[in-house]
Design a protein around this ligand. Structure first.
Ligand SMILES: Nc1ncnc2c1ncn2[C@@H]1O[C@H](COP(=O)(O)OP(=O)(O)OP(=O)(O)O)[C@@H](O)[C@H]1O
Ligand SMILES: [Mg+2]
Length: 469
C-alpha cells in the first residue's frame, strides 16, 4: 500500500492530537516531512524558514518522544526508523476504521481520496443541506444534478464538512473523487479499495472488475461510507461505449445491492445510463439543484462590491441565482462597464459564461436527442416571436403531428421531464387554468438563439432562428 505524506500527516496529526491535546506545529511538520523523505537536517532547513540547529536540537528529539508514545508500540522512534512506524500507523488506522462497523471513528473534517474545494465563502443552501443530510442516510445512491456552475461541488463539499465536523459522525469514511479526468472503472475501483480495505488491497485484490465491485460492496456493508463522485459528466465526454456500460453496471449494483453506505454523484447532465435508474424513482434518488436563493445571491454580489439591491435582484432573476454565472458577470461588468450594474442593465444583454457555453456545446453536440432538441428550439422560437411561455398543449400540437418526426405524446412528456430535470427548460402551472407552460431561462435562450457553434440548428426541419436573435 502506498500512502502519500499528506495522507499520513493528517492521520498522525489526529493521533498526536488525541495523545497530547495539541496538533503538530509547523517546525514539527517540517521535521516529520524531512524524516519521511530521508533528508538530513541541512535539507530540512533549506526547505523551511527554520535553522538547522533549531530543527535538530529544539524540535526533533521532542517530536520523536511524542511519536514514540503515540505510534511506537513500545519501540523507540528515531529519524532512521520513523517511516516504518508512520506506515504502520496509517495501516492500523485504516484497518481499525474498516473493522469498526458503525463506530464514530471519522476524525473531524477528514476526507480520504481527493480534496473537496475550500469553503471560505459559502452562502445559503440551508434547506438543501437539511434535505441532503437526510437523503444520504436513507439512500444507497443519490445524484445531485444541475447546470454548470450552479454550485453542486460546493454543496457536496459543505455537506461532507458538516457531516464530518460533528463529534458523532454518521459515516466511518468519507471519500471524495472527481471523475473529471474520466478514469477507467477498474482504476477507480482500485483507488476506492485501497482506501476502504488497504489490507485486502495489498494482499488479496481480485483480478476482475465485477469481483472488485463485490469486494467493495462487502466493505460498504461493514463500514458506513459516503463516497462522493464529483463531475460525473467527465465520464461521458468520450463515447467509449464499454466504459459507459461498465459504469452503468457499477451504479446499478451500488444502488440495488444491500449495504450501509451512500454513493453521492454530482452531474451537469442526466445521461441515458443514469436516466433509466432515476426514472424508476428507485434505486437512484435524484436531487435537482437550482440557483442560490435571492438573499444568499445578494450576499455573494455584496461581497463582490455590488451593493444596489434593486439592480442586484434584477441580475439574480435573469441568471436564476447561478453563482458562477453571477461571478463571471461581475468580472465583465467590472471590466467593460466600469463596475456599473446600471449601465450594464441599460444594454439589456445577457452574457453566457464560457463554462456554461462549453456545457451547452457538449449537450447540443453529443447528448440531446432529436426530440429534446426540437422542443427547446420550438420553445425558443415561440418565446422570441410571441410570448413569455409556451403551453404544453401547444408543444404537443406542434411537435406531435405537424412535423415529419411525428413524436408520440409519451415520448414528448419524457423528453420534457428530462429537459426540466437538467434546468434546460422551466415549467410552471397557471394557478387558474392549471395549464402547464414552459419557458427558457435567459442564458439558455441566448445560447439557442445565437447558436455560437452551429450545434443547435443541425436539422433542416426547423426554421432558422438567426433572423430573430
Ligand atoms: N453556496 C455558495 N456560496 C458561495 N459561492 C458559491 C456557492 N455555490 C457556488 N458558489 C460559487 O460558484 C462557483 C461554482 O460552484 P461549483 O463549482 O460548486 O459549481 P458546480 O455546479 O459544481 O459547477 P460544474 O458544473 O462546473 O462542476 C464556486 O467556485 C463558487 O465561487
Ligand atoms: Mg462541480
Amino acid at each position: 500500500m502506498t500512502v502519500s505524506f499528506d495522507q499520513t500527516l493528517s492521520i498522525v496529526n489526529e493521533l498526536v492530537f488525541a495523545k497530547r491535546g495539541k496538533y503538530l506545529n509547523e517546525p514539527e511538520v517540517v521535521v516529520l516531512k524531512g524524516a519521511w523523505n530521508n533528508w538530513d537536517y541541512d535539507q530540512m532547513a533549506k526547505h523551511s524558514r527554520f535553522s538547522i540547529n533549531y530543527l535538530q536540537r529544539g524540535v526533533a528529539s521532542k517530536l520523536f518522544d511524542v511519536l514514540t508514545k503515540t505510534i511506537g508500540h513500545g519501540e523507540r522512534i528515531t529519524k532512521r526508523n520513523i517511516k516504518f512506524f508512520l506506515e504502520q500507523a496509517v495501516k492500523n488506522y485504516y484497518s481499525k476504521s474498516a473493522s469498526q462497523n458503525g463506530a464514530n471513528n471519522l476524525s473531524s473534517g477528514q476526507v480520504l481520496g481527493g480534496q473537496p474545494p475550500e469553503l471560505s465563502f459559502f452562502y445559503g443552501r440551508t434547506h438543501e443541506l437539511t434535505l441532503l443530510k437526510q437523503l444520504v442516510t436513507t439512500n444507497r445512491c443519490l445524484a445531485i444534478v444541475g447546470v454548470a456552475g450552479i454550485g453542486k461541488t460546493m454543496l457536496a463539499a459543505k455537506l461532507i464538512s458538516e457531516l464530518t465536523n460533528k463529534n458523532q459522525s454518521t459515516f466511518d469514511f468519507v471519500i471524495w473523487k472527481s471523475l473529471a479526468y474520466s478514469p477507467l472503472l477498474n482504476d477507480l475501483l482500485d483507488e476506492l479499495l485501497e482506501l476502504v480495505c488497504p489490507e485486502e488491497y495489498s494482499s488479496n485484490l481480485p483480478e476482475y472488475t465485477q469481483a472488485k465491485i463485490t469486494l467493495l460492496l462487502k466493505q460498504l456493508q461493514t463500514s458506513r461510507c459516503l463516497i462522493v463522485l464529483d463531475e460525473l459528466e467527465g465520464l461521458f465526454q468520450s463515447n467509449n461505449l464499454s466504459q459507459r456500460l461498465d459504469y452503468r453496471l457499477f451504479f446499478r449494483r451500488l444502488a440495488e445491492e444491500r449495504h450501509e453506505s451512500c454513493l453521492l454523484l454530482t452531474s451537469q447532465i442526466i445521461f441515458a445510463e443514469l436516466n433509466d435508474l432515476i426514472s424508476s424513482k428507485r434505486p437512484i434518488q435524484f436531487f435537482k439543484l437550482e440557483g442560490l436563493d435571492p438573499d444568499s445571491a445578494l450576499q455573494l454580489l455584496r461581497h463582490q462590491g455590488f451593493t444596489n439591491e434593486e439592480d442586484c435582484l434584477s441580475l439574480i432573476e435573469t441568471y436564476r441565482g447561478n453563482p458562477s454565472e453571477l461571478e463571471s458577470l461581475v468580472d465583465k461588468i467590472n471590466h467593460y462597464f466600469a463596475g456599473s450594474v446600471q449601465t450594464f442593465l441599460k444594454y439589456k444583454t445577457t452574457f453566457v459564461s464560457s463554462k456554461l457555453e462549453a456545457t451547452l456545446n457538449h449537450l447540443f453536440s453529443q447528448v440531446l436527442t432529436d426530440i429534446e432538441r426540437s422542443i427547446v428550439i420550438y420553445i425558443a422560437q415561440e418565446i422570441m416571436l410571441n410570448s413569455r411561455s409556451v403551453t404544453f398543449l401547444s408543444i404537443l400540437d406542434n411537435l406531435k403531428d405537424k412535423r415529419k418526426e411525428n413524436y408520440s405524446t409519451s415520448e414528448l412528456v419524457k423528453a420534457l421531464e428530462k429537459l426540466e430535470m437538467q434546468s434546460l427548460i422551466e415549467g410552471f402551472k397557471d394557478p387558474n387554468t392549471k395549464q402547464i407552460s414552459f419557458t427558457l431561462q435567459p442564458v439558455i435562450k441566448k445560447y439557442i438563439t445565437t447558436d455560437p457553434l452551429g450545434l443547435v440548428q443541425i436539422t433542416d426541419t426547423l426554421p432558422i432562428l438567426s433572423t430573430i436573435s
